[in-house]
Design a protein. Structure first.
Length: 160
């Protein structure tokens, strides 16, 4: 899918919705300086183009009982497409993995895992991750303190 060209209004829409995804169309239009109809049309175009993938609430992991964050580096046995696809499908089925990346470097995949506590991580590791075929090595890095959580994309760096 080609990357849509984003003008100043599109970038303002995206920045405003990243700050507050619950804005009504009228509030959004007022904030960015457009009337409601063209604003709604632009939002729908951004959704249709896949620029806006969805809307969600940001939860506090500790407040919902998921107080341990672990970044897990995984090496797989063989580096071929079938092995990577099997691992990808297995990871998609693990609810404790909230994001996963195919990476370069010392490991093949980097997983962002949230669990209630160390016992919960042990259950996840032994009951799920180590059972995924092709896993050769696992390196766990425990988050001690959150310095910065995933936030809005830095749209100020876009050309245009």
């Amino acid at each position: 899918m080609p990357t849509p060209k984003l003008d100043a209004y599109d970038r303002k829409i995206l920045a405003a919705l990243q700050r507050d995804g619950r804005l009504t169309n009228v509030q959004l239009a007022d904030e960015i300086g457009l009337s409601a109809s063209p604003c709604l049309r632009r939002v729908r175009n951004l959704e249709d183009a896949g620029v806006i993938r969805g809307y969600q609430a940001t939860l506090d992991s500790e407040a919902v009982g998921l107080g341990l964050t672990v970044f897990v580096g995984v090496k797989v046995e063989r580096h071929h497409e079938g092995e990577a696809e099997r691992f990808r499908l297995a990871v998609l089925a693990l609810p404790e993995v909230i994001s996963a990346y195919l990476v370069s470097g010392e490991v093949d995949f980097l997983l962002h895992v949230v669990v209630p506590d160390l016992r919960g991580y042990e259950r996840f590791l032994n009951g799920s991750l180590l059972k995924v075929p092709g896993v050769r090595d696992i390196r766990s890095n425990f988050a001690i303190q959150v310095i910065k959580s995933p936030g809005p994309l830095p749209l100020g760096h876009l050309p245009g």
